[in-house]
Design a protein around this ligand. Sequence first.
Ligand code: OGA
Ligand code: MN
Length: 314
Amino acid sequence: MAPTTSLTITPLHPCLGARVEGVDLTAPLDEATFRAIDSAFQTHSVLVFHDQPFTGQQQMAFSGRWGPLETTINASGRENRLHPQLVDLSNIDPDHDDRLMGWNDRRMIYQSGNQLWHTDSSFKPVPAMSSLLNGREVPPEGGETEFLSLRHAWRTLPEATRRRLEGRVVVHSILYSRSTIAPGLLDPDQERGLPPVRQALVRANPVNGEKAVYLGSHAWYIEGMPYVESRRLLDDLMAHATRPEAVYQHRWRRWDAVMWDNRCVLHRGRPWDAARHKRVMRRTTVAGEGPTAEPPLAARTAAWAGIVPEGVGI
Ligand code: OGA
Ligand code: MN
């Protein structure tokens, strides 16, 4: 079946990303168009679509073509007030006459976790497959979103390092990543519901076999290695992955829709003048197919305050 629309796919950066034109994502997609978008997604990892004024329902319907959507934790108090499967990233305070929240607001401090390089939900036993962000209100400057390819990072590692990484398991924890921002961002009840999880360090795309080194802010330590050595290795891998020439920066236009592959992409939001300018984004997140490592849950080894697993001397 031929697509009823003709898509134009234009690469945006040598490492990842493509702009897709010629499709209205707010309308139901025919099967052939969906397949063409999915094929571009599997290849380019980040797809940018301009002029997609989604309603929440339309955005959920489009993302839902890939499978069940994730329900997002409601840690900042307000993130999922619209619908459990629609994340509202906004600096508008609904409790105070829609005033703008600056970076000193607790909800914004929590949101600032998005400014660390990460991959969505890597702290969950089944991490997210993809995310789609729609820009409803975008600031005139700042507030960009940056992306990098973890496939490119993998390909450009020395062979000896790759051998050292194959088959390894990394413990991911949102308590760890949030502890690097500020203490006490999650309350003890929430903490109990967020035990550390195990993720494969090297992942292959099930469609084309492309390997990626799976990292990000929630990656805490590598199992079976002294803690300090594993931290140093993760820091070195992050430094390698985040080299400036590997980063694609997306400058938002209103109603852009950007979809990325959480299995092989790191992303981060950039700051903007939040006390002065609105930034309202909505995200839908497609759940992953299953755990990346078995068993998915890690033993709860952490002394959270010290952020050091038991039994490792430092
Ligand atoms: C996200 C995210 C960054 C941004 O929605 O998952 O990390 O630029 N967003 O808002
Ligand atoms: Mn994110």
